[in-house]
Structures are given as structure tokens and as C-alpha cells.
Design a protein around this ligand. Structure first.
Ligand code: AMP
Length: 263
């Protein structure tokens, strides 16, 4: 008997249109769509961030039902982690930059939970957002190196009408923080424009850093220009490889990330 194709969308819930885009694509490309909702403690390096992470399971289930998603996996913590895990993922240079640098241990937790979920669900395809570019890169690498029988599908970032990348964390912003949050995306657009007109990577980085130094609303954590596939920091954008501009910053205690492809 031919196995039905299963598409899988792992999430941490508090679903928004970005997640739903993944679910819609998953439904369109597979006979069965399965979504998971699990706020994975092992990928939080900051206990306060874990405690404050928005949780909205009843509303999430209603949304998924309305989309005709056939199954939702909502494990509890003990189910996935009956004991302290001994296994320790390491992604080498892929986790020495950006999110990996500022959220130590984050990708160990991502690797652990994604590999568990892929083993439990056994999907033909798994859907990940380009919004989390480093996560996508690391998951691709893990799936390839560990021979998971799953195709990783990247889904473009879904944005609010003013350009802010949709994120579950956006609902933690105050109204004035929400207004200012779009500066992250604006900075990416402006930086891309300057690179196109020939400004050097070094000067563009310095300008972005100076802009946020003068901002009382956003504390910049990093702005990096990297190879989209290997995440290596580049000093020239006019090469054959794909380049991405990546940013992370805090509005109060809320940490947001975004990225934009250059070419
Ligand atoms: P999360 O619930 O934040 O762990 O996200 C679950 C999946 O949705 C991840 O693959 C994210 O990259 C993806 N995702 C989150 N926000 C967006 C967005 N604005 N557009 C596209 N995908 C997204």
C-alpha cells in the first residue's frame, strides 16, 4: 500500500498569519498536514523569556481546525523530556554567529526538539520559515547529516502591512513599541539599498549600528551580513553566493529578529 504523504509544521503556538502560511503550503503539498504546538524549554536560554512566551492553545486549535489541518500534536513537557537529556547537539560554526552567539545553547535545544518531532511524526516534508534563517540553515544541515527521510521546505517571511515580520512575540509589545518595531525592517531595507548603490559592508554596518545607538526604543543586538547558506560573515556582497542581512534587537524585554535577502 502506498504511504500517504505527510507534511509537518512544527510551531511553538500563539499562531499568526506567518505560521498559517506554512500550514497552508503544507496542506497544498501533502495529503495529510500535521502541526505541532510545543513551547520547547530546551531552546530557551532565558527563563524569563520562557515564562513570558505567549500561550494560546485553544485559539490555536480553533484556527488549525478552520484550516482543515488534519492533526495537531501538543505534547506536554514530560512526554518529550521524561528525563534530563544527555545528548548534546553541536552545529559548529553555524552556531557561533548571530542567534547562536547571543542565545547560547538555543540551537542545541532546537536540534533536539526538531529531531524528536521528525522521528515521532515521520513526515515526507517539514516546513520552516525563512524568518528564522539560522534555524532553517541548521535544520537543513541536521536533516542532511543525520539522513532524516524528510524534505525541508523554506517558506518566505510573512509581514504586517508596515513591514514588521510577524512573530508570536509581537503580541508582547506595547502600542508604542509596536509602532517602533518596524524600524528593524526599515533598517534592513535601507542597508540593502546602500549596499546596492555601492557602499561598503563595513560602512553599512557602522551606519546601522549608529542609527540604533541613537534610538531610545530599540537596543540593537546584532546586524550581520552573511552568506545565506553558510551564515559566514562576508565583507563583500557582490559575489556569486546568496547574501542575507540579519538583525536582532530588543524593545524593552521583547527580543525580535528579522532578515532580508540581498540577491
Ligand atoms: P515559532 O512558533 O516561532 O517557533 O515558529 C514556527 C515556524 O513558523 C518556524 O519555522 C518559523 O520560522 C515560522 N515563522 C514564524 N514567523 C513567521 C513569519 N512571519 N513568516 C513565515 N514563517 C514564520
Amino acid at each position: 500500500m502506498q504511504k500517504k504523504s505527510i507534511g509537518f509544521v512544527p510551531t511553538m503556538g500563539a499562531l499568526h498569519q506567518g505560521h498559517l502560511q506554512l500550514v497552508r503550503q503544507c496542506l497544498a503539498e501533502n495529503e495529510i498536514a500535521i502541526c505541532s504546538i510545543f513551547v520547547n524549554p530546551t531552546q530557551f536560554n532565558n527563563p524569563e523569556d520562557l515564562a513570558n512566551y505567549p500561550r494560546n492553545t485553544d485559539a490555536d486549535l480553533a484556527i488549525l481546525r478552520s484550516l482543515n489541518c488534519q492533526a495537531v500534536f501538543c505534547p506536554d513537557e514530560k512526554e518529550l523530556y521524561p528525563g534530563q537529556p544527555l545528548i548534546n547537539f553541536s552545529f559548529g560554526y553555524l552556531e557561533n554567529v548571530m542567534e547562536g552567539k547571543y542565545r547560547p545553547g538555543h540551537f542545541k535545544g532546537v536540534g533536539l526538539v526538531v529531531s524528536k518531532l521528525l522521528n515521532i511524526i515521520g513526515p515526507s516534508r517539514a516546513y520552516f520559515g525563512q524568518k528564522d534563517l539560522q534555524q532553517l540553515t541548521i535544520v537543513r544541515r541536521m536533516v542532511a547529516e543525520l539522513d532524516f527521510d524528510t524534505e525541508v521546505i523554506a517558506v518566505p517571511t510573512v509581514r504586517e502591512s508596515d513591514g514588521l515580520a510577524m512573530s508570536s512575540r509581537n503580541q508582547l509589545l506595547t502600542a508604542s513599541q509596536r509602532d517602533k518595531a518596524t524600524d528593524l525592517y526599515k533598517a534592513l531595507l535601507a542597508a540593502k539599498q546602500k549596499l546596492i548603490t555601492g557602499m561598503s559592508v563595513m560602512s553599512v554596518k557602522a551606519e546601522v549600528e549608529a542609527f540604533f545607538k541613537n534610538s531610545s526604543d530599540i537596543e540593537l543586538e546584532y546586524f550581520e551580513i552573511v552568506g545565506s547558506n553558510d551564515l559566514k560573515i562576508v565583507d563583500d556582497v557582490f559575489t556569486d553566493e546568496k547574501i542575507s542581512l540579519c538583525i536582532a534587537g530588543y524593545l524593552g524585554k521583547v527580543r525580535l529578529i528579522d532578515n532580508l535577502s540581498f540577491n
